[in-house]
Design a protein around this ligand. Sequence first.
Ligand code: AMP
Ligand code: MG
Length: 315
Amino acid sequence: MKVTLEKASELIKQGETVAIPTETVYGLAADAFNINAVKKIFEQKGRPADNPLIVHICDLNQLQDVAKDFSDDLQKLTDRFWPGPLSVVLKKRKSVPDIVTGGLDTVAVRMPDHPLTLELIKKTGPLTAPSANKSGRPSPTNPRHVIEDFGDDFPILDGGASKLGLESTVLDLSGDSITILRPGFVDSKMIQDLLKKEVKLIAESDKKSGKKSPGTRFTHYKPKASVKWLDYSVKNISDSDSYFIFHSKTIKSSNRKNVHTYQGDYSSLARDLYDHFRTADYISCSTIYIEPFTDEKIHPLIPALKDRIKRAISS
Ligand code: AMP
Ligand code: MG
């Protein structure tokens, strides 16, 4: 059910949850300081309690309300990338309830780049919002996806389709080193060039244990169809119930059903990826084949795309 900005703000203030648009994916938002409201997010999504949430703010004063121990690096990053698809992990203030951070002493914060949502946060204060999908399902990138998971009656602030389509980069600034916990549109080179410092990528072992970022432990983004890297050496792949995604420049567009080609346009692939996952399920395809990435360096989005696809492949 589409709601106005005023209604969305009223619902949030009453301790309810509302689906909100952002440039990355749709979020399931609640007042970050209202424990009972945040509880509803976990219940509605079926999200494990130890997977912490990102707090969304609309200005830097609100950053002071939720986090502390700010550095020059943070200043440079927020000047350059906010509003935008970068979440930063910082030491949290006591006022942020433990339920938001899964009991951690840090909090992830982001200023989303969507005019409606920034306007909403101005009225309500900081909102905590994971993606507005049932846990384990592909993230929603338009209101139709939210309705698929939560039904027609769920309140949605409709801001159109998400421009970017992949979740934010999560960057840990709370320790001695600067570490990307989740790759996204803001990639390691952009951060390194700005800060003139080494930026680490979360180690595979930390990903598996969830020690640095509990969310890395979970299989997200999974359609019902099984997702596979396309192996050209395997013959006899059935066309009829398969779905194909090609991204390299050299593979020309196809008029065939269920074959999608991007010819090097990785931004469009990122924008469409979750919609493909959901569409493949909708038309009952059993397998989604994706062309493997041979070279990570040809586009800054490839690490993020690979991360999301690998999570969809793992079971
Ligand atoms: P989602 O809201 O589903 O996009 O997921 C949020 C991501 O941010 C998950 O991977 C979380 O593990 C990560 N995250 C949120 N808060 C923290 C935190 N305080 N420390 C480390 N990672 C966090
Ligand atoms: Mg999510």
